[in-house]
Ligand binder design. Structure first.
Ligand SMILES: *Cc1c(COP(=O)(O)O)cnc(C)c1O
Length: 375
């Protein structure tokens, strides 16, 4: 490794098995609505222990379909987290409903159940849970709130692939959960997603909605409802099958690399390592916090000058230009979310990262902070 080599933020594992399965689909000429997608769905349902899995073209598409299937629309409110990727709020806007942002817990960065309950109004129809950075939200507490108030739940587990709460996999808690398979996720299909559900009626509706609203009996040119083209192709599903085959290895590799980061970052002055609580984290990113006196952009500049990729991550959704101009949000609304969002920094994190690369990131971080404090 030369000192100049740039360490990327993320990099998927793609090997001979992905190439072999993709080639098999190409040779079969069944590029869409074929057996590979069905097999991919079966593998997910078996792995997670749900009755059904519905593959879709992205995590965003899966979330949108779930809200649409629940009948959420104009005049409704859906409570969610602003400390998330923009898609989890956008899907609420797609339906015509209004996202209402609840404050997050300062340790887990997930929605604080008490804040969720306080945000409920007569218009609230659902809670969209987000398991940010792969740490599960307090699912049982949120389910209890939803039951008390007659609300639906959709879970955005896009950053928590194969995650669980108290050992019970996300997707098996009585409401649909969605995974996303963009190239930086724990598992990728290039683009893609899956909805996990035990509900037979919801399953049939999602199969129809993702496939142009075709009727449940599969009749080709009969469209019973307004649907979308949110299908995953068999080419993408083939990549996904190869990825599921190596998922245990990939998850273990991520956990091991995270462990090395955590141990080293604990002694870097100015950095708070990621929270490790009672729940298992499905490691998606490595994003520790910087002390508030440090200029994060300046630190990122110093890291990048030494070939270490870094990003301010995540920006809060309610402060995105679109949510300010079109939804009237402004700074100061969510002090905890805004403070966390201003301090977290995403560092290089991928399965094939070497110990030397992790050490180089940590050493560079330590030097960058020292230089910043001396400046
Ligand atoms: C990745 C992600 C999604 C879905 O993203 P797609 O690119 O549409 O697959 C949704 N929510 C969160 C929190 C995500 O990180």
């Amino acid at each position: 490794m030369t000192p100049q080599e740039v360490i990327p933020l993320a990099r998927p594992v793609i090997g001979d098995r992905e190439r072999e399965l993709v080639d098999g689909v190409l040779r079969s000429r069944q590029l869409s609505l074929g057996p590979t997608v069905t097999e991919f769905e079966r593998m997910w349902a078996d792995r997670i222990g749900t009755r059904h899995a519905v593959a879709c073209s992205s995590g965003t598409a899966g979330l949108h379909c779930c809200l649409h299937a629940l009948g959420i629309g104009p005049g409704d409110e859906v409570i969610t987290s602003s400390f998330s990727f923009v898609a989890s709020a956008n899907v609420i806007v797609y339906t015509g409903a209004t996202p209402v942002f609840a404050e997050v817990d300062p340790l887990t960065f997930n929605m604080d159940p008490a804040a969720v309950e306080a945000a409920i109004t007569p218009r609230t129809r659902a809670i969209l849970i987000v398991d940010i950075f792969g740490y599960p939200a307090d699912v049982p507490a949120l389910v209890a709130i939803a039951e008390r108030h007659g609300l639906a739940i959709v879970e955005d587990a896009c950053q928590s692939i194969d995650g669980d709460f108290n050992g019970k996999k996300l997707g098996t808690h009585g409401h649909p959960a969605v995974y996303g398979f963009y190239a930086n996720k724990q598992l990728t299909t290039a683009e893609g997603g899956v909805v996990l559900t035990d509900d037979d009626a919801l399953y049939l509706l999602l199969k129809s909605l993702t496939n142009q609203g075709r009727s449940d009996d599969g009749a080709w040119l009969v469209h019973s409802r307004l649907g979308f083209n949110y299908r995953l192709s068999d080419v993408h599903a083939a990549i996904g099958i190869a990825q599921i085959e190596r998922l245990d290895w990939m998850q273990d590799a991520r956990a091991r690399i995270a462990g090395r980061y955590q141990a080293r970052m604990a002694s870097v002055d100015g950095v708070t390592p990621m929270y490790e609580g009672p729940q298992r984290r499905s490691w998606f990113v490595y994003a520790p916090r910087l002390d508030p006196d440090l200029d994060r952009d300046a630190i990122i500049g110093r890291l990048e000058a030494e070939g270490v990729s870094a990003k301010p991550y995540l920006p809060c959704i309610h402060l995105q230009p679109y949510y300010r101009t079109d939804h009237g949000h402004a700074p100061g609304e969510l002090p905890v979310t805004e403070e966390i969002s201003a301090s977290t920094i995403a560092l290089p994190f991928f399965c094939e990262m070497t110990d030397e690369q992790v050490d180089r990131v940590c050493d560079t971080m330590e030097r960058a902070i020292q230089a910043e404090r001396a400046a």
